[in-house]
Design a protein around this ligand. Structure first.
Ligand code: RFL
Ligand code: PHB
Length: 394
């Protein structure tokens, strides 16, 4: 097989890149190690920045998002006895949209498949060969057990944190900065109307809790747990009790309902740079991971491929390499900004383990920060600019 851009991974990064390239008449082939059903069922992010909504709209996948997505003009920050709202529109003139990553993925797969996109589902042993030459290849074993080779002009590594792309770049070329947090998020998807109109991020001595949503009938909620905790320790009753306690507020009740999905995700910040090696370009989680507290992972993936799509189009159609040469530095600027914001939100909202000798001091710093960010117009604007993604253009 031969194509202009070989794409490893059909998560949001790979699919959106294929769509952006196709809009400009550039061919691609996607190689994905899971089945279409598995990819379409994965429950992950839910908050889409203003600029990311514009990108998806321009890419021709905004119809359902605009119909079914929920525009949120603010967010609630809470600690015991207080729930305060930050108004994004007042603070920085932008909003965010709540629309599941699962739905974006389905919308992208539908449009790509109806457009004739080649996606090799359930591929195994994916490898990128010759990325530092002019003739890179993706090799894999297809669903029927047959070895395959895709000859490419360029390769996009969009295969997430555990993919094959990043390790293709020699260690001598890569540098990694990371932080592993001493806690994890237990997330549930529940069949119950949200008990709130906007997201609630709650600090509590027992640990952080969060209320998000997917629709007027489905809620998404999270609890801070220990990184080595096991989901088997958490019955539905224990989860709902924890959520109710941590988000308690006089005059407000959390409605519970049947859980549709529950899982525990460890939290880390991780940035591998550069995002390019020869003709291999990394995008999304393949290159960086943020803790979910800032709602940035999916948005960064969308920002990366917006830049990468434009850069590859310029190289392929005009023979100009300026944008592919600056891709890594351009993308990393936003990556670091979101990494900082996600780390800051995480540090402000998660209760330090009680074994931490500074725990009492840190807790007081957190409450003081929450009080400040919800009472100073300037501080609220800083949070709003970062949360909505208004700081850096796409
Ligand atoms: P993805 O979505 O991980 O997609 C990568 C795709 O590559 C495939 N793959 C391979 N294909 C071929 N060969 C290989 N060797 C391969 N290895 C992997 C995978 O099957 C997959 O289809 O990365 P992408 O596209 O860069 O998108 C990034 C986002 O998915 C990610 O940033 C967010 O979902 C992160 N994230 C969250 N972000 C938020 O903003 N808010 C959230 O609430 C939130 N929750 C989450 C999350 C990530 C999670 N992960 C990664 C476990 C919850 C979870 C559970
Ligand atoms: C979600 O809706 O899944 C969600 C929202 C905000 C976050 C993280 C996850 O910060």
């Amino acid at each position: 097989m031969r194509t202009q851009v070989g794409i490893v991974g059909s998560g949001p990064s790979g699919l959106l890149l294929a769509q952006i390239l196709a809009q400009q008449g550039i061919e691609s082939i996607i190689v994905e190690n899971r089945s279409r059903e598995y990819v379409e069922a994965r429950v992950r992010a839910g908050v889409i920045e203003h600029g990311a909504v514009d990108v998806l709209t321009r890419a021709g996948v905004g119809d359902r998002l605009h119909r079914e997505g929920l525009r949120h003009d603010g967010v609630h920050l809470q600690w015991p006895g207080e729930r305060r709202r930050i108004d994004f529109v007042d603070a920085c003139g932008q909003s965010v949209w709540v629309y599941g990553q699962t739905e974006i993925t389905k919308d992208l797969i539908n449009i790509r498949v109806s457009d004739g996109q080649q996606i090799h589902w359930e591929a195994s042993d994916t490898a990128i060969v010759g990325a530092d030459t002019d003739h890179p290849q993706i090799t894999f074993v297809d669903v029927d057990g047959k070895p395959q080779t895709v000859e490419c002009d360029y390769v996009a590594g969009c295969d997430g944190f555990h993919g094959a792309s990043r390790p293709t770049i020699p260690e001598s070329v890569r540098s990694v900065a990371q932080r592993v947090y001493p806690f994890a998020w237990l997330g549930i998807l529940a069949e119950v109307a949200p008990s709130t109109d906007e997201l609630i991020y709650a600090w509590h001595p027992d640990g952080f809790a969060m209320h998000s949503m997917r629709s007027d009938k489905v809620s998404r909620l999270y609890l801070q747990v220990a990184p080595d905790d096991d989901i088997a320790n958490w019955s539905d009753d224990r989860i709902w009790d924890g959520l109710s306690t941590r988000m308690a507020l006089d005059g407000w009740t959390l409605q519970s309902g049947p859980t549709l999905e529950k899982s525990i995700t460890p939290m880390r910040s991780f940035v591998s740079s550069p995002m390019r090696w020869g003709r291999l370009f990394l995008a999304g989680d393949a290159s960086h991971i943020v803790p979910p507290t800032g709602a940035k992972g999916l948005n960064l993936a969308i920002a990366d491929v917006t830049k990468l799509g434009a850069a590859l189009a310029m190289a392929i159609q005009q023979g100009k390499v300026d944008l592919i040469d600056s891709y890594s530095d351009d993308a990393l600027r936003r990556v670091w900004q979101s990494t900082h914001f996600s780390w800051w939100m995480t540090s402000m909202l998660h209760t330090p383990p009680s074994a931490d000798p500074d725990a009492a001091f840190l807790r007081q710093m957190q409450i003081t920060q929450l009080d400040y960010v919800t009472s100073s117009t300037a501080a609220a604007a800083g949070l709003a600019e970062n949360y909505t993604g208004a700081v850096l253009p796409y």
